[in-house]
Design a protein around this ligand. Structure first.
Ligand code: 173
Length: 321
């Protein structure tokens, strides 16, 4: 009797261990919407390295790569349909699935505050519902966007200019009379080189990564909005993880958001580097600058609130908190 019990217990234990050995370490497949090794993939890649260090035997990430692996505007949908488990992607690239993502760039407070004041929870809910995704982290809140131009303008007016956009810049470019041409980052160099566009929207940092400095003359001041690049996890994948696995990812997510502390110095260094590369600022002074930013914000809130009054109003309230 005693021996049989011991044998059965040992078998159970062995089965448990076997299960643990199989179930314990899970590997997630990751994609970035930005080219590997470039400005807006770099920190995500550091996050992956950290997870793979801290998560040994628990959770690992297999980085499949950037746009060479998957077109950037398909990354959000690939998370939704669980073609991949985890992604580094801006809301602007999945606004077809979540149109309210147009407003994410107006949520510019530090992530520690957004996690305290309910913004993170609300955005997580939106991602759960519309993207079947867990909103694990948001990066680069303190990096502004700019419009870069190859033709000098004398006032805040884009009439006659063709400007490469994503949904980030579409509304303001059109409000200022410009023709907005939507392209993925990978097409910007050729569009500029061939004169298909007279300028483009992009953050203050990262234009050297793909050689755009060689085809850029001016950077318009001031910077506006707040870059958002998010780490999303497919919701079924997230729910299927153990508490220990989720903890490795959640801790690494907070660490990743902490890397935003590096951005201010990097923004400054990029502006200096642009000046050295001969890229001149176009600046109409503080009054015009203020007007521009107010207009840029207003066109987005108007569009988002018109499209979805409930979500738009809630996001605007959270932005002001
Ligand atoms: O310009 C873009 O492609 C874009 O929308 C974006 C968003 C976040 C970071 C970098 C670029």
């Amino acid at each position: 009797m005693q021996r049989r019990f011991v044998a059965a217990a040992a078998a159970l234990l062995a089965a448990g261990w076997a299960h643990a050995a199989v179930g314990q370490e899970v590997t997630l497949r990751a994609v970035s919407a930005f080219a590997e090794g470039t400005q807006f993939s770099k920190n995500f890649e550091r996050f992956i390295d950290k997870v793979n260090r801290d998560g040994k035997g628990v959770v690992q990430i297999n980085y499949i790569g950037g746009p060479r692996a998957m077109p950037p505007f398909e990354v959000g949908n690939a998370v939704r349909t669980h073609v991949i488990d985890i992604a580094n992607v801006t809301g602007a690239f999945y606004s077809n699935l979540l149109p309210e993502s147009d407003a994410f760039k107006l949520l510019g407070k530090p992530m520690s505050e957004q996690r305290r004041n309910g913004t993170w929870d609300y955005l997580n809910e939106l991602h759960n519902q519309k993207l079947s995704a867990w909103y694990l982290a948001r990066q680069f809140h303190n990096v502004p966007f700019h419009i870069y131009l190859n033709r000098k303008i004398e006032k805040l007016d884009f009439t006659g200019l063709k400007i490469r956009v994503t949904p980030v810049y579409r509304d303001i470019v059109q409000a200022l009379g410009g023709a907005a041409i939507n392209t993925a980052p990978g097409e910007v160099y050729t569009a500029l080189e061939r004169g298909v566009v007279d300028g483009y929207g992009w953050p203050v940092s990262g234009i050297f990564d793909l050689g755009w400095d060689k085809v850029t003359k001016y950077r318009m001041e001031p910077g506006f909005y707040s870059v958002e690049v998010n780490v999303l996890v497919n919701l079924d994948a997230w729910k299927g993880l153990t508490d220990a696995q989720r903890k490795v990812l959640a801790d690494a997510a907070l660490w990743l958001e902490g890397l935003d502390a590096e951005n201010e110095a990097n923004n400054k260094a990029e502006i200096e580097r642009q000046a050295k590369a001969g890229i001149e600022p176009i600046d109409f002074g503080p009054e015009e600058g203020k007007k521009f930013i107010a207009r840029a914000d207003a066109v987005v809130w108007d569009a988002v609130i018109k499209r979805n009054p409930e979500v738009g109003t809630k996001l605007k309230q959270l932005a002001g908190n």
